[in-house]
Structure formats: C-alpha cells, structure tokens
Design a protein around this ligand. Sequence first.
Ligand SMILES: Cc1cc2nc3c(=O)[nH]c(=O)nc-3n(C[C@H](O)[C@H](O)[C@H](O)COP(=O)(O)O)c2cc1C
Length: 248
Amino acid sequence: MKNSRPTVLLGVTGSVAVFRAIDLASQLTKEGYLVDVVLTCGALQFVRPLSFEAVTHRCAYTDQSPGILAGRAIHIELAERAGIVVVAPATADLIGGHACGLAQDLLSSLLLATAAPVLLAPAMNTRMWGHPAVRDNVALLERRGVRFVGPESGLLSCGTEGPGRLWPVDQLYAKIQELVPMAAHPPDSPKREGKELAALGQRSSSLPQEGDKSKEMNEMADKKKPGKKPAVRKTEKNSKKGPAAKKK
Ligand SMILES: Cc1cc2nc3c(=O)[nH]c(=O)nc-3n(C[C@H](O)[C@H](O)[C@H](O)COP(=O)(O)O)c2cc1C
C-alpha cells in the first residue's frame, strides 16, 4: 500500500532569516512531510541548496535547475505536487512580485501556477514592513486568499526594534500542520496506486535516466519511510535553464 505523504513546497528568499528556514525544512522532514525547497537568487546570496538537501534528503531547486522535471516544466510539476506552498522567509520583493502577478523566476512562477494553499511568512526591516507599498501588497494578496503568518516583533538583525522578525519556526510548523495535516493524507487505495504507478511508468520510460540528481535524492528520501513504495520516480532532463531568468 502506498503511503501518500503531503509535499510542502518551501520557497526561500533573500533575507537574513534564511537560516531559520533550514530548521523548518528539517522539522517538516522529521515529521514525515516531503519537502521540496526552491531558493531564489536572493536566497543564494545567504545559503547554498546543499544545506536544505542535507536535511530534506531531496534535491533543492534554483533558477539554475533543469527546466524539465518529471517530464514537465519544472514550475508546473513543483506547483502541482505541492500540498501547500510556504515561503519562509518571504521578502518584500517576493510579496510585491506576487501581488503584481510576476513570473520572473522559478518561485514566483510556481506561486502563480499552484492550486495549493499559499502561506507567506514575511521577514524584513520594520520600516519596510510598515511601508504603504508593502501594506497594500499584503492586503491585496490576503484578499486573493493568500495566508500570512507573522512577522513578530522584536530586535531585528539590522538593529531596529519592532515587527519584522520571521515567525518562530515551531509556530510556523504548527500552522503548516494545521493547513495540511498528515491525517488528511491516509494511505491511498491499491486501485489508485496502480493507476498512478502506471501513469508514472509511462512518463519515466520516455525520458533519460542518467545524471538525474533529483531523482536519486527523492528516491532516497522516499525509501526512508516504511510502507513507501520504492519510487517509480519521474525523471528530469538536464538540458534547460529555469523558466525565466531572474530580473536582477
Ligand atoms: C544583508 C541583506 C539582508 C536583507 N534582508 C532582507 C530581509 O530580511 N527582508 C527583505 O525583504 N529583504 C531583505 N534584503 C533585500 C533582498 O535580499 C532583496 O530585495 C533581494 O532582491 C530579494 O530577492 P528575492 O526576493 O528574489 O529573494 C536584504 C538584503 C541584504 C543585502
């Protein structure tokens, strides 16, 4: 019987709070979630994908990742496999871009392509958070159904005091669990599993198998849980750049 574990798409953007996202990815993985991490170019200024790969045991994606994953455009595949899209930390830049409907990189593209709930956890300087442009963007996104958690108040790394700190990781985890509980994802029926495997088999046989880092890492992660079938994972082709080059 297939044990269907919810997938959390964790978007990570260019904030000093980026390191706390590693703890979040680690906690989610330990609790049984599959965690797909997508880092923006901004996030890569602070941290490397390997930090996330080491705790999620899965490939982390960037704008340099191959454009095709499991035989589909990477932003569509990641958007559709996600049970929830969480961006933590979410910069003013990410919030503004999403409010404007921009698809300028992998993360902003999949945010437009997903049907899953979206949870943003902002982190920024207090005056940035209070700026009318940011306030308007947050209000607009909330009207569209995007959920926000935080920021909390405190002493920020820039030295100012006030709202702007990333919401505490354990409370972020609790919020994700509330929105996508493990219990809502019981083992699938053998009938559905058979259909899914047949579909995956069809797709994977038409694609090359070599040099597929994400396939190998995701299989490793899947095998860690008892009851999980050895992945009949889909493949990606290392031939294309991300869906769009970063604007900066
Ligand atoms: C040291 C440093 C720290 C930063 N911290 C933040 C932050 O906490 N929140 C934020 O909104 N922007 C912050 N920025 C600005 C963003 O990194 C910048 O807007 C970047 O373009 C964001 O790109 P991204 O949203 O694609 O990751 C910081 C910049 C620097 C140089």
